[in-house]
Design a protein around this ligand. Structure first.
Ligand SMILES: [Zn+2]
Length: 339
């Protein structure tokens, strides 16, 4: 995965200092998450670029390596790229099955930060005692990755964050009786570790933003969580629709059959007609993702994949030779012989 020049991504010069880089990152990270951009993968990609660029430029060692060699290090994107044809594309069906999303994560949500939140908060507040209300912006932002299951069904995530709060001793002034406040050492604010639980609305998608009121840089500011949804090993999401592959036998495809199709909310009995070809796609209306924000529900598409038995036997040979006689014409007779 080729990465762009981090200086270019953040729009800063090569001589930019830490503070300038930080400022550019914060401004761009927030901008790439408009409140309503559900399913906007462009915004999501942009955000990842910004995060990756900052990842390099905030780390003196990585920054130096880039400055000297143009080396951007390892790609930060944690989720594996889907294989062409979906995760069931190669090998016998079932061999590549992975544990369902959410099953292996920690209790209470199984989310993970894609960044270090304490780092993010300390970043926001470094700069020599910028007290409550003195910052240029009262909001804060953090990126989180949530399991596919929580995105589809809704859920909660719990985490602790270091949140700056107005010092109660000096009421944020930094002074007590003309001396520096002993509680906050004159800064006017104290950083407190707070446990937060945030509800994930069903139907949320990568690129969405969740606002946590009052948990920003000040009591008046909000914390914005930039959501990335993990890929599911079986269900492919396209907006609110789901596309997934269902393997069927040659007799099922030839004769037609009623089969069980997995959907995000459980298996559904569905028909495939006689004479179904591999790759044909069918729709289960309203069996996709229920999106609470838009009030609509997507559809589930299942694509049939006809699998040939792998056991070789004398009997099988006779059966299949008989089957071969049923093709009315030469299947490849109409194909071009070249350009
Ligand atoms: Zn104080």
């Amino acid at each position: 995965m080729a990465m762009k020049d981090p200086y270019e991504v953040l729009g800063v010069s090569r001589t930019a200092g830490d503070a300038e880089i930080k400022k550019a990152y914060r401004r761009l990270a927030r901008k790439s998450h408009p409140d309503v951009n559900l399913g906007d993968t462009g915004a999501h990609k942009r955000f990842q670029e910004i995060a990756a660029a900052y990842e390099i430029l905030k780390d003196p060692r990585k920054k130096e390596r880039f400055d000297r060699f143009g080396d951007t290090g390892e790609a930060p994107e944690p989720s594996a790229a889907p294989q062409p044809g979906g995760p069931w594309g190669q090998g016998p069906f079932g061999r590549q099955r992975q544990p369902p999303s959410g099953g292996g994560g920690p209790a209470g949500g199984g989310f993970r930060w894609s960044g270090d939140v304490s780092d993010l908060f300390s970043d926001l507040f470094s700069g020599g005692g910028a007290g409550i209300g003195l910052g240029e912006d009262e909001d804060a932002a953090a990126a989180i990755t949530i399991p596919f299951r929580d995105a589809v069904l809704g859920g909660t995530i719990s985490f602790s964050a270091r949140i700056p709060r107005r010092c109660t001793r000096c009421r944020g002034t930094g002074h007590v009786a003309k001396a520096a406040c002993p509680a906050c050492h004159g800064s006017g604010s104290l950083v407190e570790t707070e446990s937060l639980t945030v509800r994930i609305p069903a139907g949320v998608d990568t690129g969405a933003r969740i606002r946590v009121p009052g948990k920003g840089r000040t009591e008046n500011g909000d914390l914005y969580l930039a959501i990335t949804v993990e890929k599911h090993p079986y269900f492919n999401r396209e907006g609110d629709d789901i596309v997934a592959e269902v393997p069927v036998t040659v007799p099922e495809a030839y004769l037609g059959a009623e089969i069980e199709v997995p959907t995000v909310k459980g298996p559904v009995r569905a028909r495939i007609p006689a004479g179904t070809a591999s790759g044909q796609r069918f729709r289960l209306k309203g069996r996709g993702i229920e999106n609470l924000r838009t009030g609509t529900t997507g559809d589930h598409y299942y694509r049939v994949r006809v699998l040939v038995p792998t056991v070789q036997s004398e009997e099988g040979r006779h059966l299949v030779e008989a089957l071969g006689k049923l093709y009315a014409r030469d299947l490849r007779g109409d194909l071009p012989r070249g350009v």
